[in-house]
Design a protein around this ligand. Structure first.
Ligand code: FES
Length: 101
């Protein structure tokens, strides 16, 4: 398997023991995963991998996602934010509006 060009890590609030309980889970981050995948498909971004993670410690600004290898941390995700972030990814830009600094 070739390494993907980009890897999206989406917080799903997983805990080591027990069910997801974090803020991103309460904000329904896991339902955004399908939207992210469809957005990648729509843009022909076939070399992007999505993984879910545990808490990224930015709960007050979740749902959160990190884009590697760029290392861009994005927050306050919703469908509009994801559209703008994926547009930026496809065009080799950064979606500054949603960057966590
Ligand atoms: S639960 Fe997502 S950043 Fe903490």
């Amino acid at each position: 398997m070739e390494k993907p060009a980009h890897h999206l890590l989406v917080c799903a609030s997983f805990r080591v023991q027990g069910a997801p309980q974090g803020v991103c889970h309460r904000k329904d981050a896991t339902s955004l995963l399908q939207y992210v995948q469809e957005g990648l498909n729509d843009r022909g971004l076939s070399d992007v991998m999505i993984s879910t993670t545990g808490c990224m410690k930015v709960c007050d600004r979740g749902p959160a996602m990190i884009v590697y290898p760029e290392g861009h941390w994005y927050g306050n995700l919703n469908e509009d934010a994801i559209d703008q972030i994926l547009d930026a990814l496809a065009e080799g830009r950064v979606a500054e509006k949603f960057l966590l600094t």
